[in-house]
Write a protein that binds this ligand. Sequence first.
Ligand code: TXA
Ligand code: MG
Length: 349
Amino acid sequence: METKIIKLDKEKPLEYEAAINEAVALLKKGEIVAFPTETVYGLGADGLREEAAKKIYAAKGRPSDNPLILHIDSLKMMAQIADSLPHMAMEIMAAFCPGPVTIIVKKKDSVPLSVTGGLDTVGVRWPGNEAARRLIGAVGSPLAAPSANISGSPSPTTAQAVYDDLKGRVPLILDDGACSVGVESTIVDCTGEVPVILRPGAITLEMLKELFPVVRLDAALHDPNAIPKAPGLKYRHYAPKMPVYLFKGDLRKTAGKMAQELDKLEAEGKTVGVIASEETMACLSPSAPYVYGKRGELDKIASNIFAALRYFDRKNVDAILVEGTGEDELGLAVMNRLQKAAGGNVIEV
Ligand code: TXA
Ligand code: MG
């Protein structure tokens, strides 16, 4: 299969529309299409058609027990798939949608069990990205869309990253430039008494606490032995081919500790990729640096983190050292992804 990439250019409305129409025609035929969202690129298919959604699993090499999120563009579409909308789900939608959040609610029978990995709940997301919303609206059906990467690799935040993973497996990629958020949506389980964050993202714990007196974090986010409630999070994820070492803790001491580790690995003759803040990088002199932003510039760091991991993955370095961030606000999402990418290799500073 040939994979076509079409650039979306708002300055050229006719071409923009033609690109959306081409994607719509494919989706209506039950094909898959990669499209932009504000978080990461998604691999979409009509979420109410079993055969279409199955193509997503095949293209990604995704385990079939890992449910897909359905993307909507209106409350009307929500009503097609959600059995009931608890008050907390309505409040989250009113405050943050369209935007980078996914809510878990009871599903209607219209949603195939093969899309929800056999669960009686469904993840619903109303993306902020305009092209995504136009696409969903024009198809007229919720789009199932996981991140558009091969299962297990870092999520794609550019059309090129999608192409690198899915070339020959998807007929069309809509290119809307780099994703503004850069980490996947916050997943909030709304099926219990209080909202529970299953995956942290740009709608932060602090933001949700302004709406609700109690917000919980899924146990798996702090206890490595707990089974995550989001089935996909039990798998190895976000991981480049080579070992990743994450430096966590006192930011002032990080540079020194990273320098030590860098010297040690380079003395062994290894090529080491270093992902760090401007401040820390100034204290190191790695042969392969990637500056992800200034210390504490969490928006920027989040939007660069997957691109950084992918950059070194393709460069085939022997190891990657990453400077962690704090765990407040968006830092919780960044550190969650980095911890997964690092597996057990976390160095407490
Ligand atoms: O930002 C995003 O959410 C992106 C863009 C494309 O919208 N999508 C995304 O999808 O990250 P994916 O499939 O890569 O991650 C979805 C996660 C998986 O870990 C999955 O197990 C979990 O959401 N999930 C989906 N439906 C669920 C449900 N009903 N209950 C619990 N977890 C669910
Ligand atoms: Mg994913």
